[in-house]
Design a protein around this ligand. Structure first.
Ligand code: GLU
Length: 470
């Protein structure tokens, strides 16, 4: 299926910040295009003018760029199939509305919301699928004129054939077939003149030359309608693939409550873009390798055939796993940047490399770096209750030995500990635990030998001394 002509797209409606669920759809599409050296296109579906905000468009573009999904066609990128905002494409849609009307493939519908709702209820009560009853399907031109003169603004309905089946091979879910008779004539232009989703989305994918549409499975039943529109207008039909949804630990669709975060929140909390992409590329898609991969490898090994049909379960621990992998691989300069201003101000610049390498295994987010910067370079420690208990338990004479051992071996933790062991008889946990707590205030952390090398000498000594009279 690999072809240089591959064109995929992401077609968000800018009505909010993008979150894990919709950015995964974008990522799958972007990876397919990158794998085939094709084109990834961004189209802004802003026909709902009341809810679409430019702020959201700007935010989603920044989010995609941050994650490494660079579109070759779309806003700020050019391309010859624009404009790439649907709000600027009305003239194009109007041309196709005219064609549909001229060829009697669509008709004006004057049914009110209330009439439609009554009819839907009646059909449901009769155990039938609630499709449009066809009330306006055969109005004469005179009847249409009368209604228009009464000032009723019609919608435009697409005439669905009474029989036959719409079939397509879904890239993820295999052969699909829908009876046309079940679909019912549907609206392609709203009464206020704005295009309905089915219509402009299908027209644009075709006119923009999109070859593979990957989108959420909630769109599966829209696809036969869209295929009918394109076929009736003689337009090319793309391939469609419907991706399974993401569920939370409780099996229910992912929501804020079950851990769906916006891309913006992830970025602000210090996630690395590659941690997010390594996670998402495996959410409902299986790679042979479990290794952390750069974007180009995620793309090279991506395969639509490896997309699962079952819902994908969001696992925050997996996301953390990829974040730790990203931290383990980041360069010192990247981490120095990532830890943030406050931590950077605490760490003397000549200790940058040592600091980063010492705390790297113990940090997942910049907040961890700040914690260690404070522990090591923040002056006098605030000892919490647990720490005070450990220190009291070891006793003042233990720390008198520790100060003496420090004076003999101020930069060599192994020798220092050995001397304390010989002087006090403390071993193992009873030896190392009080030393660590006295020097860092906490029971776990980076290697003590490295911490001792980093601690300002006056600090190390005074922290031990401070514990002699406890
Ligand atoms: N604007 C639609 C949405 O955000 C696009 C659906 C599609 O990908 O076709 O749901």
């Amino acid at each position: 299926m690999s072809t240089a002509n591959t064109k995929t797209r992401f077609a968000p409606s800018p009505t909010g910040f993008i979150h894990l669920g919709n950015v995964r759809t974008a990522l799958f599409s972007a990876l397919v295009a990158a794998r085939d050296q094709g084109v990834f296109l961004l189209r802004i579906e802003d026909t709902d003018l009341a809810r679409s905000l430019d702020e959201y468009t700007q935010a989603l573009m920044a989010d995609l760029q941050w994650l490494g999904m660079h579109w070759k066609e779309g806003p700020n990128a050019g391309g010859d199939a624009g404009p790439y905002h649907q709000s600027q494409r009305s003239a194009i849609y109007d041309r196709y509305y005219q064609t549909l009307e001229q060829q009697n493939l669509a008709y004006p519908c004057f049914c009110s919301e209330q009439q439609l709702s009554v009819s839907r209820k009646a059909m449901l009560a009769a155990g039938k699928p609630p499709r449009y009853a066809g009330t306006c399907a055969r109005l004469t031109p005179e009847q249409v004129n009368v209604k228009c003169e009464q000032g009723i603004k019609p919608t435009l309905r697409f005439r669905v054939p009474d029989s036959g089946v719409v079939k397509f091979g879904d890239l993820v879910r295999g052969e699909q077939s829908f009876a046309a008779a079940d679909i019912g004539d549907f609206i392609v232009r709203r009464a206020d003149g704005t295009p309905a989703f089915f219509f402009c989305n299908a027209i644009d994918d075709s006119l923009m030359g999109v070859t593979q549409v990957l989108r959420g499975e909630d769109h599966l039943t829209n696809t036969p309608r869209q295929i009918l529109i394109l076929q009736s207008l003689g337009l090319r039909v793309p391939e469609y693939g419907h991706i399974s949804m993401i569920v939370g630990a409780d099996g229910a669709p992912l929501s804020k409550r079950t851990g769906s975060q916006s891309v913006r929140e992830l970025r602000e909390s210090g996630y690395f873009p590659l941690a997010v992409t390594n996670y998402l590329a495996r959410l409902g898609h299986v790679y042979e390798s479990n290794a952390f991969m750069p974007y180009s490898e995620l793309a090279a090994a991506f395969d639509v055939k490896r997309l699962g049909r079952a819902p994908a379960r969001h696992d925050p621990n997996q996301l953390l796993h990829w974040q730790r992998e990203a931290v383990a691989r980041a360069t010192v300069e990247e981490l120095w940047e990532w830890i943030g201003d406050t931590a950077r101000t605490l760490v003397p610049s000549e200790r940058k490399l040592d600091f980063i390498e010492t705390v790297r295994p113990n940090m997942t987010f910049p907040a961890d770096a700040l914690h260690w910067a404070q522990v090591i370079f923040g002056g006098t420690l605030q000892l919490d209750q647990d720490a005070q208990t450990v220190i009291a338990h070891a006793g003042g004479s233990f720390f008198e030995s520790a100060v003496a051992a420090y004076d003999a071996h101020p930069r060599d933790f192994k020798q220092l500990a050995e001397q304390v062991k010989n002087a006090t008889g403390a071993k193992g946990k009873h030896l190392f635990h009080p030393l660590r707590v006295a020097l860092t205030g906490v029971a776990h952390g980076p290697e003590m030998a490295r911490i001792l090398e980093l601690l300002p000498p006056d600090q190390a000594r005074s922290r031990l001394l401070h514990c002699t009279n406890r």
